[in-house]
Ligand binder design. Structure first.
Ligand code: MN
Length: 303
C-alpha cells in the first residue's frame, strides 16, 4: 500500500510488426519511457491465423538491449546470427542479449491454422554491459508459485519468495498471474521499484482501478503491495525495476546513447558488413530494411 505515490493510467497504441501483425505497444509512451530497464512492452494477440498466415518478422539487427518473449499461446521459431534455430512454445521465455550486435528473425509455422498470444519486451542494457558479446537462451520452464487464488509464473527477478533463472543485468521483476477463481489478494511489490501492470486476458482490477488489455497502470516507486481483484481465468502481467537512470536513444531496433553510434549501427546493417553476422535467408526470409535517418535528430529518453 502507499498513500502518496502516484498511479498513472497509460493507454497503449496499436503498432504493426512483421507483415501486418497488430500489437498493443504500452512502453515507450510520452509519459513513461521506461519501467526499470524495461524499455518496450508489446502485447501481441490473442489472434487466430488461418493456414498460411502467422507472425513473420524477417532478419533484422539489434544493439544495446535484450529481447524478452513470453509465449502464452502458439509457437514461433527464432533464428539468429549465432546459429540458434529455436522454437518457442507456450509457458517458455526466449531471451536474446544483443550486446554489441546480433540479428534475428521470428517466424511462426504456417502449415496449419494457429493462434498467437505473447508479450514481447525489450530490456535496455546498462552501460557496463551494452557492448558485451551477444547471446541467446531459451528457458523451457519457469518457476511457478501456486496459491489458492492464482498461479504466478516468476518470469524475471524475485517475487513471492521465488527467483527466476532468466539472466538480466539490472534489478528487474516480471510475473505472469492467472486467477484460479474469482478472488481478491495482495501482490507484494518491491518498494524501491517502479511497476507496470497490464491485463493479458479476462477481467481484473488493481487497487480498485480497472485493468484493460492494451493499457497499463503505472506505479511509481514506493508501493509495497497492490490489491488485485480477479475474475477466474484473468491473466495479468506485472513488470518492474529500479528506475533506470542512464539516458537512452531508442531508434528502430537499436538502443544506444549517441546519434553517432545509432548511425554507425544503421550503416553496419549491410550484407557487406560482418557486424550483425549472417542469417540464412532461405529459412529466415528477407532482411528488413532500416528506415532513413536522413535529417532526423534523435532525442534522448529521459526519466
Ligand atoms: Mn527483434
Amino acid at each position: 500500500m502507499s498513500i502518496d505515490s502516484p498511479i498513472l493510467r497509460i493507454e497503449g497504441r496499436v503498432a504493426e510488426i512483421g507483415q501486418g501483425l497488430k500489437i498493443a505497444r504500452m512502453i515507450p509512451n510520452r509519459f513513461q519511457r521506461t519501467i526499470g530497464a524495461w524499455c518496450f512492452l508489446d502485447h501481441a494477440g490473442p489472434v487466430d491465423f488461418v493456414e498460411g498466415e502467422g507472425m513473420n518478422v524477417g532478419p533484422h539487427p539489434h544493439i544495446g538491449l535484450q529481447t524478452f518473449t513470453w509465449m502464452i499461446e502458439g509457437t514461433v521459431r527464432h533464428i539468429d546470427s549465432l546459429g540458434n534455430n529455436q522454437m518457442i512454445y507456450p509457458n517458455q521465455v526466449n531471451l536474446m542479449t544483443a550486446g554489441k550486435g546480433i540479428s534475428h528473425a521470428e517466424i511462426s509455422p504456417t502449415d496449419k491454422a494457429s493462434r498467437l498470444h505473447a508479450a514481447q519486451l525489450w530490456i535496455a542494457l546498462p552501460d557496463s554491459h551494452r557492448h558485451m558479446e551477444p547471446a541467446f537462451q531459451n528457458y523451457p520452464e519457469l518457476p511457478v508459485v501456486e496459491t489458492d487464488c492464482f498461479s504466478g509464473t516468476i518470469l524475471v527477478g524475485s517475487s513471492l519468495g521465488i527467483t527466476s533463472p532468466v539472466s538480466v543485468f539490472t534489478p528487474l521483476v516480471a510475473v505472469d498471474l492467472v486467477a484460479k477463481k474469482n478472488s481478491t489478494f495482495e501482490l507484494p511489490l518491491d518498494l524501491n521499484f517502479e511497476h507496470g501492470i497490464t491485463l493479458l486476458e479476462g477481467e481484473a482490477t488493481v487497487d480498485g482501478e480497472s485493468l484493460e488489455a492494451g493499457s497499463l497502470l503505472y506505479f511509481a516507486v514506493g508501493h509495497s503491495s497492490v490489491t488485485m481483484s480477479c475474475e477466474v481465468g484473468a491473466r495479468v502481467l506485472m513488470i518492474g525495476g529500479e528506475p533506470f537512470e542512464e539516458d537512452l536513444l531508442l531508434w528502430w531496433n537499436f538502443v544506444g546513447r549517441t546519434q553517432a553510434e545509432i548511425e554507425q549501427a544503421r550503416g553496419d546493417w549491410d550484407p557487406r558488413s560482418s557486424r550483425f553476422g549472417v542469417i540464412d535467408e532461405a529459412i529466415a526470409g528477407k532482411r528488413l530494411h532500416a528506415p532513413s535517418l536522413e535529417g532526423i535528430h534523435l532525442k534522448v529518453t529521459r526519466k
